[in-house]
Design a binder for this molecule. Sequence first.
Ligand code: NAP
Length: 295
Amino acid sequence: MNYITLNNGVKMPQLGYGVYQVTKDECERCVADALTMGYRLIDTAQSYFNEEEVGAAIAKSGIPREEIFLTTKVWIEHYGYDACRASVLESMRKLQVDYLDLCLLHQPFGDAYGAYRALEDLYDEGKIRAIGISNFYTDRMIDIASFSRIKPQINQVEIHPHNQQIEGKTWHDKYGIQMEAWAPFGEGRGDMFDLPELKAIGAKYGKTVAQVILRWHLQRGIVIIPKSTHIERMEENFKVFDFELTEEDMTAIAALDKKQSSFFSHTDPNMVEWFVKMVEQRKKQHDSSKEKKNW
Ligand SMILES: NC(=O)c1ccc[n+]([C@@H]2O[C@H](COP(=O)([O-])OP(=O)(O)OC[C@H]3O[C@@H](n4cnc5c(N)ncnc54)[C@H](OP(=O)(O)O)[C@@H]3O)[C@@H](O)[C@H]2O)c1
């Protein structure tokens, strides 16, 4: 395993396991499989609704807490100082831990600054070892890094061969903020697992397209958290430390960059409205279930 040292001296594994879209039913088994396979970085989020299952798998694994690097993310409806603080403590309860290794603000909307102040205070109290942001594009990253007491340690954004964030990475390096890739395979969109250029590179080393992509991320110095519910793929994705891409391979992969999201842009007004509506809907649901409880 490679380790990355963050700007506060904390070390984290460069390869981990992500549980977005892993259902509650499957999640405990999947995290248990990933831990058995050797993964020690687990990435979840409040909005994945599987923190309890992640916590159960870790608790049952018997692996010492300090050997596991555990990340969660705060969702927008828990932004603002007080709500963020309370939600992080609730996440820790669900995860059955008394500290988090990394806690990120999931999206750059709403009272992210109030929420970030809560993360800073929890960091000071030793409840979170590293704090950061996610989906903050470079402009927002510079803003929060410049006007906060504690510079984020991590920014988790979409990075894969079709959206390489080459310019963004230069800026993150300048500010000492580690980039972490979500959707390191672009979730397979754009025929990612069938690209002939990647197949040709893999054939030289007896490696799969998935392994070539992960190796490319590692050699760029990016932290990766590929997701799979299949144990054989978890194993495949873990076996990426026994070969090296040449400069020629790296250049060939650089040529695949489309410099745009395979999903959506966080600066698209329609998408911002979509997030706002989602928060409003969830708030309504929450309020009506609270009312029902009071009856
Ligand atoms: N911060 C954010 O906003 C954000 C957004 C998205 C994701 N994330 C994080 O990033 C993690 C990874 O992203 P992601 O899950 O969206 O996408 P991803 O890791 O790029 O791709 C996952 C997809 O690839 C398939 N796959 C995995 N390994 C494979 C292999 N070796 N060969 C062929 N197919 C393979 C999986 O299928 P099977 O499961 O069927 O094997 C799944 O359909 C998430 O789990 C989450 O922790 C964060």
